[in-house]
Design a protein around this ligand. Structure first.
Ligand SMILES: [Zn+2]
Ligand SMILES: [Zn+2]
Length: 135
């Protein structure tokens, strides 16, 4: 089923740590930076090494990215007219729902904090929270 954004599983090739504190993000050898989003409960990946890249301050303890991060899934990508999405899938399969949801996650990541904008569809919309530590 082809739905919304590509979900990539990264192998953590390089974990860069600064000092003794735990990193908030993982930096991968291909330039992607990933973090666990407390609003979505899943990892978001930020491409920092290709043409339309985000700027990353390189600090894994207090990461800053710009511009803002906007992640969309399911019917928020193409609109509900495109047919199936995670909502319709889960309506059809109430006994075996997919582990995904349709969502919008829009945030500014600054100094290790995530400012979720009000258009997020998750409960942390409008709040600013500390990023989670990587294990
Ligand atoms: Zn998120
Ligand atoms: Zn949906």
């Amino acid at each position: 089923m082809a739905l919304g954004i590509a979900r990539v599983r990264y192998v953590y090739e390089s974990i860069q740590r600064g000092g003794d504190s735990l990193a908030k993000v993982l930096v991968h050898s291909d330039g992607a930076v990933t973090f666990e989003c407390p609003g979505c409960g899943e990892r978001h990946a930020i491409n920092t090494n290709q043409k339309h890249r985000w700027a990353f301050n390189g600090d894994v303890d207090k990461p800053t990215f710009s511009p803002s991060l906007l992640v969309k899934s399911g019917h928020y990508v193409n609109g509900r007219t495109e047919g199936e999405c995670w909502c319709t899938y889960n309506e059809k399969h109430p006994d075996k729902p997919a582990p995904f949801k349709c969502y919008i996650c829009h945030s500014f990541v600054t100094d290790g904090k995530i400012q979720f904008l009000s258009d997020c569809t998750h409960p942390l919309a409008g709040q600013t929270v500390e990023m989670l530590d990587e294990e």
